[in-house]
Design a protein around this ligand. Structure first.
Ligand code: ADP
Length: 449
C-alpha cells in the first residue's frame, strides 16, 4: 500500500530537516570558534592574575596575601610555599595536587575535570631562603565557556526557529495548494452528481501560476466533454424520435398481418415481426425516458402513492408472463405504506425489476415484492430465486446496454437498458438502489426512498 503522506507534509519535513542540519553545522562552527576564543581568554586572565600577584610579591607589598584571599580580581590565584604547602588564595584538593611546573599556561586533567594552569616560581629576596609558587588555575567547563547566551540559543531560539520553519513551510504550501483542493472537490462533485456543466472556480485576480493554467485547461476540457455528451444525448433523443413512428407502423401492420394470416408459416412470420417491433418499441421508449431524465426534461409529478396498490398493479401486469414459466408472484407490503413519488415512473421501475425477476427466474420459482418503512425511509425489495448474477458483474448491470450474456439474453428479449432506467428513476426520486445476488441462487434489489 502506498504511504498517504501529502506533498505539504513532505515539503514541511524536508525544510525542517534542512533547517535542522543548517543549524547543526552553524552551531558546531560557532561553538568550536567561541570555545577556542573563551579558552584564550581564560588563559589570558589566569596569566594576568598570576603576573599581578607576582609583581606585588616582588615589591613586597605587605597586604599581598590578604588581597589574594579577598579580592574577587584574584579569585583564580593561589600561593604555595617552596615545599608546596598552601599559603593563600583559592584552594581545592584537585588544584593543589597538580604538579608545579614553570612555563606557559597549560591544560591539566584531574579526574573528569580540566583546568588551565599557569605556575610561576618567585625566588625570595637575596639572602632570603624562601621562595613561592604562584599558581593560577581555572576550570574549563564547556557550559561556562559557551556562556548563558549559548544555552538560551540552544534551548529557546533554535526550537523556536524550527517551529517557525515547520509552521511557515506548512502554511505557505497549504495556501499554494488551495486551488488543488478546489480542483479535487469539483472533480468529486462532477463524479458524484454526474454534472459535467460544473467548472473549477477560478478566483478573480488569481495569480497566473501553474495551478491557474491547470484549472483553465481542465475547465476547457470539461467544456469539450460537456459539448460531446450533449451532442450524443441529442443524437440518441433525435434518433429515438425519428424511429418511433416507423416502428409503430411496423408493429400495427405486423399485428394486422397476424390477424389475417391464413397459414402457419404466415402466422409464424407475422408473429416474429410483431415480437421484434415490440422489442424495438420498448428499447425506444427506454431510450427516450433515459434521455429525458438525463436532460431534466422528464415530467415528474409527486403524489402520495400506496405501495400495496402499486404492487398489485405490477402483479396483474406481469401475471400472464409469470404463469408461462410457472413463476409465483408474491407480495408482502405493510398496510398504508405510502411514499411521495411519481406513480407512473415508480410503476415502470418496479415493472422492470419484476419482469427481470421473471425473465431470469427459474421455472416454478418465485418473485416477491415487499415494502416496509425503516427509520423513516421506505424500503422496497424485489427478490427472486432465479439464476443470479455473477459477483464480477454486480457493478456493471447498471450500465446502459450492458447484458451479462448477450446470446443467452436475446432469447428473453432483453436490451440492457432496464436497470439503467430503474436506477435513473430511483435517483430522480432522491433515493438509492442496490443489489445483492448469489450466482445460481437468486437476486435481491433494494430501493431506498
Ligand atoms: P435486460 O434488458 O438485459 O434485462 P437490464 O438492464 O434489465 O437489461 O439488466 C442487465 C443485466 O442484468 C441483464 O442482462 C441480466 O443479465 C442481469 N439481470 C438483471 N436482473 C436480473 C435478475 N433478477 N436475475 C439475474 N440477472 C439479472
Amino acid at each position: 500500500m502506498k504511504k498517504a503522506t501529502s506533498i505539504k507534509t513532505r515539503i514541511t519535513i524536508w525544510y525542517t530537516m534542512l533547517m535542522l542540519a543548517m543549524i547543526a553545522v552553524v552551531l558546531t562552527l560557532v561553538g568550536t570558534l567561541s570555545y577556542q576564543l573563551s579558552l584564550d581568554n581564560v588563559e589570558k586572565s589566569v596569566k594576568l592574575q598570576v603576573t599581578q600577584i607576582s609583581e606585588k610579591l616582588e615589591t613586597r607589598q605587605r597586604d599581598v596575601f590578604e588581597s589574594i584571599d579577598d579580592d574577587e580580581e584574584f579569585k583564580n590565584v593561589s600561593v604555595y610555599s617552596m615545599d608546596q604547602k598552601h599559603i593563600a588564595g583559592q584552594y581545592s584538593y584537585d588544584i593543589a595536587n597538580i604538579a608545579f611546573r614553570e612555563g606557559e599556561p597549560r591544560r591539566e586533567t584531574v579526574g573528569e575535570k580540566e583546568y588551565i594552569v599557569y605556575d610561576v616560581f618567585k625566588h625570595g629576596a637575596p639572602g632570603e631562603r624562601n621562595g613561592f609558587w604562584i599558581r593560577g588555575a581555572e576550570s574549563v567547563n564547556s557550559t561556562v565557556l559557551l556562556g548563558r547566551s549559548a544555552i538560551v540559543v540552544t534551548l529557546v531560539v533554535i526550537p523556536l526557529i524550527l517551529i517557525l520553519t515547520a509552521w511557515g513551510g506548512y502554511y505557505i504550501t497549504k495556501k499554494a495548494f488551495l486551488p488543488i483542493y478546489g480542483i479535487i472537490q469539483t472533480a468529486n462533485e462532477i463524479a458524484a452528481q454526474k454534472d459535467v456543466s460544473r467548472r473549477i472556480e477560478i478566483v478573480p485576480n488569481a495569480r497566473e501560476d501553474e495551478l491557474y493554467h491547470l484549472s483553465v485547461t481542465l475547465n476547457r476540457m470539461l467544456g469539450k466533454i460537456e459539448h460531446l455528451i450533449l451532442q450524443e444525448k441529442r443524437f440518441t433523443s433525435d434518433a429515438s424520435h425519428e424511429l418511433r413512428t416507423p416502428v409503430s407502423v411496423i408493429l400495427a401492420q405486423g399485428e394486422y398481418l397476424l390477424d389475417i394470416a391464413q397459414t402457419e408459416k404466415e402466422r409464424e412470420l407475422s408473429q416474429s415481426i410483431v415480437d421484434q417491433a415490440k422489442q424495438v418499441s420498448k428499447l425506444i421508449s427506454h431510450l427516450l425516458l433515459l434521455t429525458r431524465m438525463d436532460q431534466n426534461r422528464q415530467a415528474f409529478h409527486k403524489e402520495k402513492v400506496d405501495l400495496g396498490v402499486l404492487a398489485d398493479i405490477v402483479v396483474d401486469t406481469q401475471m400472464s408472463v409469470a404463469e408461462k414459466k410457472g413463476i409465483l408472484l408474491l407480495t408482502s407490503v405493510e398496510e398504508n405504506t405510502i411514499v411521495d413519488a411519481d406513480e407512473a415512473l415508480l410503476l415502470s421501475a418496479m415493472n422492470n425489476l419484476v419482469s427481470n425477476g421473471i425473465k431470469y427466474g427459474k421455472d416454478s420459482g418465485y418473485v416477491s415484492i415487499s415494502a416496509t418503512k425503516v427509520n423513516g425511509r421506505t424500503e422496497i425489495i424485489v427478490a427472486d430465486n432465479g439464476i443470479g448474477i455473477p459477483k464480477e458483474n454486480l457493478e456493471q448491470i447498471w450500465e446502459r446496454f450492458f447484458r451479462i450474456d448477450s446470446v443467452r439474453n436475446d432469447e428473453y428479449g432483453s436490451c440492457g437498458l432496464g436497470l439503467a432506467v430503474v436506477k435513473s428513476i430511483v435517483e430522480l426520486h432522491g433515493g438509492s438502489i442496490f443489489v445483492e445476488s448469489e450466482y445460481g441462487a437468486g437476486t435481491r434489489f433494494t430501493i431506498l426512498l
